[in-house]
Design a protein around this ligand. Structure first.
Ligand code: F6P
Length: 517
């Protein structure tokens, strides 16, 4: 998902919404017996306050599927969200409890910001999270860079986030922790969690086999930390099974693989696979509004001929996304099938994060170099084979680009799920696009009418591009209708409901007011 446009800060943004929420509606995430409230914990914040060039404060929505996906959920539940306050002007707008009401133009929930010193950001975010756990969990052991300081900082920052979460939690809370930044926070939270509250963590990236995970010296402590939750969720069965295998290595655990539970410290931890969905209806409705006229206008802005075929790739620049290999495959495709020169433009939409890490700078350079190479080799006066869009697109433009792209190339080397694949499918309101999907993306488990590709095989990948572009309209329609029903039937609300239902006793159900869940 991409950034959405900056929103002007209104004067009345300051106050925390607690009072309003209490008076207005109590909590709105409820099961039949108990009303629950939600406390989300994530590294990235959903709204960032920044100074504009004229000194005014503007609000930005950071890039990333996680925050964009969860924000509507927390808005509906009017809960709390604890996250790192990394915007320049974040501190200016928060109250004495480090809280601010968001979204700015329609205050629905409380964002509790956690402040981090530069050394903490270096050790916890750029260090242990993204130089150790990220490559490790993507099975890229050679890319793991371990510094002793990283671990100490990761631990202390996890404690700070844990304390902030406890501050916001009541006996009716479900604390919902996101991702690999917080393996140890659950332990801190468990120590002071009010009776009656529960804790669930969703792991958005792959979980590797024990033989890989044990490479890090603190492997057992990390697993133990996660087992302080009541529920630990992964996208697909394989990651869940790998985690259970890791949990079984600890001395004081008993693992029941069939039931998907770990018995530890007198508690039972449920470990499950809950594949994330996207807000399919909203994406389709938005894409629908982006007609041929709007598309021609956007295409014109980037010198794309709207009358020839378009392939699209949308990624955060990251070495796991396999963008250079995708470009190698395109090069091979145009080499083997010269009849497609001038007949297909590939649009690579990119966004940047973690750019202070040299491996990410190198990844960005490799993408630029590969694009330049192919454009130099095949480009003509009238046709640029690859168009690189790395500036901001609104959600409407992004979903419009998906809708009008004939094929999508989603070819990560390894990916926990890949929401782009699902977004592309949801935007196919004419059922005429073809999704090419890496067999190493978690989404491949359910999107079985995609054209499967192995990103490591440029020949096979090039041939799959050719087959997809040559597919009959009947075949395209059949495949896409099937994919769309998968993505629509298992959408974002379904995912939230399934995951949160796992935190309540059997037979009880969570419902999110105002939704179909
Ligand atoms: O996919 C993992 C993830 O952490 C997402 O949860 C998030 O949307 C994305 O990467 C962006 O990462 P960062 O916050 O480091 O820019």
């Amino acid at each position: 998902m991409s950034e959405t446009p900056s929103v002007e800060l209104t004067d009345d943004i300051r106050p925390n919404v607690d009072d309003r929420i209490a008076a207005e509606a109590e909590t709105t995430l409820e099961d039949e017996e108990t009303e629950r409230d939600l406390v989300v914990v994530s590294n990235r914040e959903p709204y960032q306050h920044e100074y504009d060039s004229d000194g005014s404060v503007v609000v930005e929505e950071p890039v990333g599927g996680l925050t964009a996906g969860l924000d509507p959920v927390v808005q509906k539940t009017q809960g709390d969200w604890v996250a790192w306050g990394d915007g320049d002007a974040d501190a200016v707008v928060t109250d004495d409890d480090d809280c601010v009401a968001v979204p700015p133009d329609d205050e629905r929930y409380t964002l509790r910001r956690v402040w981090l010193e530069d050394e903490e950001v270096e050790g916890y975010y750029y260090g242990y999270s993204n130089r150790v756990l990220w490559p490790l969990c993507h099975d890229l052991v050679d890319r793991v860079e371990m510094e002793p300081d990283y671990w100490d900082t990761y631990r202390s920052v996890n404690e700070s986030f844990g304390e902030a979460a406890v501050e916001r939690a009541t006996e009716n809370s479900t604390v919902w922790i996101q991702d690999y930044h917080f393996c140890l926070a659950p332990k801190t939270i468990r120590e002071s969690l009010p009776d009656g509250a529960s804790m669930v963590q969703f792991w958005h990236i792959p979980w590797p086999a024990w033989d890989t995970f044990r490479v890090v010296p603190h492997a057992e402590e990390l697993v133990e930390g996660l087992l302080s939750n009541d529920v630990v969720g992964f996208h697909i069965d394989r990651y869940r099974d790998n985690f259970l295998e890791c949990a079984a290595q600890l001395d004081d655990t008993r693992v029941d693989r069939d039931a998907g539970v770990v018995h530890v410290d007198g508690r039972t931890v449920e470990v499950g696979a809950f594949e994330m969905g996207v807000d399919a209806d909203r994406i389709a409705e938005t894409a629908e509004t982006f007609d041929h006229h709007a598309w021609a206008h956007l295409a014109g802005k980037y010198d794309i001929d709207p009358n020839i075929n378009v392939a699209v790739g949308v990624d955060r620049i990251d070495y796991t996304k396999g963008i250079p290999k995708r470009i190698d495959a395109l090069e091979q495709f145009w080499e083997e099938h010269p009849e497609w020169r001038g007949e297909l433009t590939f649009v690579q939409k990119s966004s940047h994060s973690r750019s202070q890490i040299p491996a990410y700078q190198r990844a960005a350079n490799e993408v630029e170099e590969a694009i330049e190479r192919v454009n130099d080799r095949f480009g003509t006066e009238d046709w640029q084979p690859i168009v690189h869009v790395d500036d901001h697109l609104s959600q409407r433009e992004l979903f419009g680009l998906y809708r009008h792209a004939d094929i999508a190339l989603v070819s990560p080397l390894r990916d926990g799920l890949n929401l782009v694949a699902k977004e592309y499918v949801a935007a196919q309101v004419e059922d005429d696009g073809v999704l090419l999907l890496s067999e190493f993306a978690g989404a491949h488990q359910t999107l079985d009418e995609a054209v499967t590709i192995n990103p490591y095989s440029p020949e096979g990948f090039a041939e799959a591009i050719h087959q997809s572009l040559s597919m009959t309209a009947v075949e395209r329609g059949r495949r896409m209708r099937s994919l769309r029903s998968v993505v629509t039937e298992h959408d974002l609300d379904d995912w939230v409901a399934e995951l949160l239902t796992a935190t309540v006793p059997d037979g009880e159900e969570f419902t999110v007011e105002g939704t179909d869940v």
